[in-house]
Design a protein around this ligand. Structure first.
Ligand SMILES: Nc1ncnc2c1ncn2[C@@H]1O[C@H](COP(=O)(O)OP(=O)(O)OP(=O)(O)O)[C@@H](O)[C@H]1O
Ligand SMILES: [Mg+2]
Length: 216
């Protein structure tokens, strides 16, 4: 921050297992996005260490962290980060192009992902023609289309109505159950919080509470 330093996270010691469905919960500025960015290799801790899928983030070259993100991680950004010049279909197709998946299979995967988020009728639209909630759903489809090992979802329902939120959370739960996809949500949304099976409360960059929810 300018010439000064800001400590966004401090004394964090957390382990996330395969197939978790976890909410990272805390007030604005508590460090949720920073934590997701470190897990997603988009940011590197200035002290301490982070391992993702067994690999130390500090030892990853830019090319190897890009390869890891490409094959294993799905990101839903707080601000969507859609490609404005591309259509909805092309935005969702992009991660599959990076992976070199062939045309017919790619098309089917994109259509499946757009069906999960209820946007089949918008495939030819461009982001500027979408509402906030529709843009958010495109970002969700793009994160999930390649069925990544881990989905890092930053406030994924912030702009969705209740019905869409529940639909999407149920789709995520299904992927989580069937494919053991790990989901980490940064969220304030009570709807998301009602689905998660672990709640990590962040406050001022520290873990204030870490709760496992018994869903049985
Ligand atoms: N690059 C940066 N330089 C300086 N300070 C930063 C930087 N990134 C984040 N911060 C600060 O770190 C703190 C945590 O930010 P972060 O974005 O992780 O919060 P958050 O919990 O995701 O908040 P929100 O709910 O508003 O999205 C905030 O006080 C923020 O201002
Ligand atoms: Mg944030």
């Amino acid at each position: 921050m300018g010439s000064g330093k800001f400590t966004a996270l401090n004394g964090i010691d957390l382990t996330f297992g395969k197939g978790e469905f976890t909410g990272i919960i805390g007030p604005s500025g508590s460090g949720k996005t920073t934590l997701l960015n470190i897990i997603g290799t988009l940011d590197v801790p200035s002290e301490g260490s982070a391992l993702i899928l067994g690999q130390s983030v500090a030892n990853l070259t830019p090319a190897s962290s890009a390869a890891l993100r490409k094959s294993k991680l799905g990101f839903i950004f707080q601000s969507y980060n859609l490609f404005q010049v591309h259509t909805v279909f092309e935005n969702v197709e992009f991660p599959l192009l990076l992976q070199g998946i062939e045309t017919a299979k790619r098309r089917q995967m994109v259509l499946d992902a757009l069906e999960w988020v209820g946007l089949t009728d918008k495939i030819k639209s461009r982001p500027a023609q979408l509402s906030g909630g529709e843009s958010q759903r495109v970002a969700i489809a793009r994160a999930m289309v390649k069925r990544p090992a881990v989905v890092l979802a930053d406030e994924p329902t912030a702009n969705l109505d209740a019905a869409n939120s529940h639909n999407i959370l149920q789709t995520m739960e299904k992927l989580n159950r069937e494919l053991q996809t790990t989901f980490l949500f940064a969220t304030h949304d009570e709807k998301v919080i009602s689905y998660v099976r672990r709640k990590i409360f962040l406050f001022d960059g520290k873990v204030a509470r870490d709760e496992i929810i018994d869903k049985n």
